[in-house]
Structure formats: structure tokens, C-alpha cells
Design a protein around this ligand. Structure first.
Ligand code: HEC
Ligand code: HEC
Length: 203
């Protein structure tokens, strides 16, 4: 065999090998997603219970950041810190892409008059108290912008309100530049409840 042939065969084997590896890892990730994450978030990321957030269709970079933050303790939650501690960086990266690819359901508004109060905050903010329109970053339809602002649309109002209250109290502090802590600290609990109700109906 010529030297060139040996080099070509070696390269081909390396490429085939890397595909096999990727496939094994994906299987591992898929079973993690279905058996572990799926038990709470639903196997397609559409959690059936309001106590667990919907993670389907969330931007993969945002899921990745949150899992890394749970792992390092930068974002605190007993359940998710425990789970994230057992994941490799590769698992986290693959799980983020996996769940972002499913279409999210919309929970839907339960209390229309409350959602109407929330709609005004979401769309225009409360100017004299320096509360900006949520839609200016998270977009009017709540889809967010990959790499910048998370998707909020259709989420359980209980989860959204919890996160806003955690930002307000400083219990959650993994937002760069304290952007969400600053905004939430200016909001009353009633306003938080109203905007969370409105967001649950977006899709
Ligand atoms: C025992 C239930 C449970 C399991 C299992 C679980 N989660 Fe969670 N997850 C939660 C809860 C509850 C929260 C909300 C935490 C909070 O309030 O901060 C959460 C939050 C998250 C978030 C943050 C969502 C956001 O919008 O910021 C991500 C991402 C996430 N989980 C991904 C996963 C992945 C991936 C797995 C599997 C490896 C998993 N979870 C397993 C219960 C669970
Ligand atoms: C200046 C831009 C900006 C504005 C305005 C803004 N947000 Fe955010 N928001 C962010 C960023 C950035 C994050 C991601 C924080 C992180 O990295 O964990 C975020 C995160 C969130 C989260 C957590 C989502 C999750 O799944 O964990 C909620 C809920 C939220 N924002 C609601 C709101 C609401 C309600 C308003 C309006 C009152 C609002 N935001 C206005 C930038 C903004």
C-alpha cells in the first residue's frame, strides 16, 4: 500500500469512529431525557404539572446556561442542582438541543381580567416606575431571541411568577447585569401575578 492510501484509510476509520461515538452518546442522552428529565418535564419537554416548567422549544443556549448554572450553584434549586450535578458537559449540550427541538404547548389563560392587567405591563411597561415592556426584550409574542432573551410564551403562570419573585428577592441571581433582578424588584406581587397570567396565554 502506498503512504497516501494508508493516510486515507486511517482518516476514513477516524471519521467512521467519530460517528459511532456520537451515536452512542446520543442514545445515552436520549435515555436520560426520556427517563430522568421526562419524569418531571414530560418526554417532549411539555410538562403536565404546573410545578415543573415547560422546557420544550426553549432556546438551546438558554437551557445550556441554566443547566450549567444549576451545576455550579449559580442558580439555586435543590432538585435541579442534584440532577445537574450528575450530568457531563456533553450531556448538557445534547439535552439542550434535544428539548429545544420540540414544539411547546400553550398553557392558556385561566383568569381573563388578570391577564388584561398583565398585558399592559407586558406590552408597554409602567413608565413612571421604570418598569420596561417585557416584550421589548422577550418579543411581543414571548418567543425571545436565541443567545439573548429566553422564550416565555405559554409557560405555567406559577413558574413564571415564582421566577419573578425569586429575582425580586434576590434568591435567583444568575441574570447577567442583574437585568431581571432590577425589573422584578420594582414590581408588586400583584403585578407579577398579572404579567405571569398574560404570558401563559402567549404562543
Ligand atoms: C424531580 C423533577 C425534575 C427532574 C427529574 C428534572 N427537572 Fe428540571 N426542573 C424541575 C423544577 C421543579 C424546575 C424549576 C426550578 C426553579 O424553580 O428554579 C426545573 C427547571 C429546569 C430548567 C430551567 C428552566 C427555565 O426555564 O429556566 C431546565 C433547563 C431543566 N429543569 C432541565 C432539566 C433536564 C434537562 C432534566 C434531566 C436531566 C431535568 N430538568 C430533570 C424539576 C425537574
Ligand atoms: C432588558 C431586557 C429584558 C426585559 C425588558 C425583560 N427581561 Fe426578562 N429576562 C431577560 C434576560 C436576559 C433573562 C435571562 C436571565 C438568565 O440568563 O438567567 C430574562 C429572564 C426572564 C425570566 C426567566 C425565564 C425562565 O424560564 O427561567 C422571566 C420569567 C422573565 N425574564 C420575565 C420578564 C418579564 C415578566 C418582564 C417584564 C416585566 C421582563 N422579563 C423584562 C431580559 C429582559
Amino acid at each position: 500500500m502506498s503512504k497516501v492510501t494508508v493516510v486515507i484509510i486511517t482518516l476514513m476509520l477516524a471519521i467512521v469512529g467519530s460517528f459511532c461515538k456520537a451515536e452512542n452518546l446520543s442514545e445515552n442522552t436520549e435515555s436520560l431525557a426520556k427517563t430522568v428529565c421526562g419524569a418531571c418535564h414530560g418526554s417532549d419537554g411539555n410538562s403536565a404539572l404546573s410545578m415543573n416548567p415547560i422546557i420544550a422549544q426553549q432556546h438551546s443556549d438558554y437551557i445550556y446556561k441554566q443547566l450549567m448554572n444549576f451545576q455550579s450553584g449559580k442558580r439555586q434549586n435543590a432538585i435541579m442542582m442534584g440532577i445537574a450535578s450528575g450530568l457531563s458537559e456533553k450531556n448538557i449540550s445534547e439535552l439542550s438541543i434535544y428539548f429545544s427541538a420540540f414544539k411547546a404547548k400553550t398553557v392558556g389563560v385561566q383568569n381573563i381580567s388578570l391577564a388584561e392587567v398583565g398585558e399592559k405591563i407586558y406590552r408597554v411597561g409602567i413608565r413612571d416606575r421604570k418598569i420596561p415592556a417585557c416584550g421589548s426584550c422577550h418579543l411581543p409574542n414571548g418567543a425571545g431571541i436565541p443567545g439573548q432573551f429566553p422564550r416565555l410564551a405559554g409557560q405555567y403562570s406559577q413558574y413564571t411568577a415564582n421566577q419573578l419573585n425569586y429575582f425580586k428577592s434576590g434568591a435567583r441571581k444568575n441574570d447577567k447585569g442583574a437585568v431581571m433582578r432590577t425589573i422584578a424588584s420594582r414590581m408588586t406581587e400583584k403585578e407579577i401575578g398579572a404579567v405571569a397570567e398574560y404570558i401563559s396565554g402567549l404562543n
